[in-house]
Design a protein around this ligand. Structure first.
Ligand code: NAD
Ligand code: ZN
Length: 342
């Protein structure tokens, strides 16, 4: 089968023939219809420090996908060939305290599809049945291919009550824009989204942001005045990975405000702890998706009218993957889809 392989320890990915994966008794083989390119895939493409430490070579990558069940292992009874599925990209150990308690997203020994084991940018993918999500066929395939990052956005955006609250989102990447759409869908009053990239701010508007701010031009304090806000934001979501954005969040929260951190900061990023203490802020780190409460909620939100399709900006055939990665690397894109169904 064809797959996007990290074949050499340098920038790039290579479309290569690799064997169709074998499945264990508890695994399924999925025929991939579409994948989406994640920021993580771009890190691996770029061969940054994190990828050099983490990715074994050769390895085919990718973890955002939709496809159909091709084959099931001998112990799999709840899926059959032809079922439309997506899947959770984090494999958990099943034996640690949190796994045993059913808090699988808190597993201390998580492995990543397309990071620590062969991935989804391929014609077939093998994963454990416990990672498979049965899809609603009425949801567009492009949207289903984005359930993994939509899950990051959902996990973050629903971490704190946003109904009737004023929400600040720093970073209008695909996940920040999805979070803006979710916060609006979940009943927030104002959803203010910041970025430094006008293309991305435009996407945030399309996602339903009340106000977008280019922080190179305007401050969040000014935006608060414009909206007539007096006491600061009730909830913030950090989705840029930029320390300046985190600092700006701390400067713009109401007392008792709640902050969810998804963006991955550089090592040893400082923050002003006295703002946290004196303003009595709550900070929560977010990694991945809750299994499977996040999947349940995002599915229901899509079924009840949440629309993320304006955030899917490019689609390519898998043979044109270079164009897809170029669009992602340029910052002039939302989600980029690759079609594998030939
Ligand atoms: P992205 O890189 O596409 O988007 C980040 C956005 O932040 C960009 O549009 C960038 O222009 C913007 N930005 C840069 N500096 C800024 C600043 N000072 N203020 C406001 N915005 C600024 O990333 P994404 O795919 O949307 O993911 C969002 C973040 O979440 C990334 O940091 C990513 O690494 C992280 N992430 C975390 C998890 C997790 O499980 N914790 C999962 C996926 C992604
Ligand atoms: Zn575990």
């Amino acid at each position: 089968m064809k797959a996007l392989v990290k074949a050499k320890p340098e920038q790039g990915l290579w479309l290569q023939d690799v064997p169709i994966p074998d499945i264990a008794h508890n695994e399924v083989l999925i025929k991939i219809i579409k994948t989406a390119i994640c920021g993580t895939d771009v890190h691996i493409y770029n061969w940054d420090k994190w990828s050099q430490k983490t990715i074994p070579i050769p390895m085919h990558i990718g973890h955002e996908f939709v496809g159909t069940i091709e084959k099931t292992g001998s112990h799999v009874v709840d899926f059959k060939p032809g079922d439309l599925v997506s899947g959770e990209g984090h494999l958990v150990c099943g034996r640690c305290r949190n796994c045993l308690a059913g808090r699988r997203h808190l597993c201390r020994d998580t492995k990543g599809v397309g990071v620590n084991r062969p991935g989804a940018h391929a014609q077939y993918l093998a994963i454990p049945v416990t990672n498979v999500w049965y899809c609603d066929k009425t949801i567009p395939l492009d949207v289903l291919a984005c359930f993994d990052p939509l899950g990051n956005a959902t996990h973050t955006a629903l971490s704190f009550d946003v109904l009737g609250e004023d929400v600040l989102i720093t970073g209008a990447g695909p996940i920040g824009c999805m979070a803006a759409a979710i916060a609006k869908h979940a009943g927030a009053r104002y959803v203010v989204v910041t970025d430094v990239n006008p293309y991305r701010l435009d996407l945030a508007k399309k996602a339903g942001a009340t106000l977008t701010i280019d922080v190179t031009q305007q401050s969040i304090e000014q935006a608060q005045k414009e909206l007539g806000m007096k006491e600061g934001f009730d909830v913030a979501m950090e989705m840029s990975g930029n320390p300046a954005a985190l600092a700006s969040i701390l400067n713009n929260m109401c007392h008792g405000g709640k902050i969810a951190l998804l963006g991955i900061m550089p090592d040893n990023t400082d923050i002003d702890w006295n703002k946290v203490v004196f303003n009595m802020l709550t900070i929560k780190g977010i990694y991945g998706r809750e299994m499977y409460e996040t999947w349940y909620k995002m599915n229901s939100m899509i079924q009840s009218g949440l629309d993320i399709s304006p955030l899917i900006t490019h689609t390519f055939d898998y043979t044109e993957f270079e164009k897809g990665f170029e669009a992602m690397r340029s910052g002039q894109s939302g989600k980029v889809i690759l079609n594998w169904n030939k």
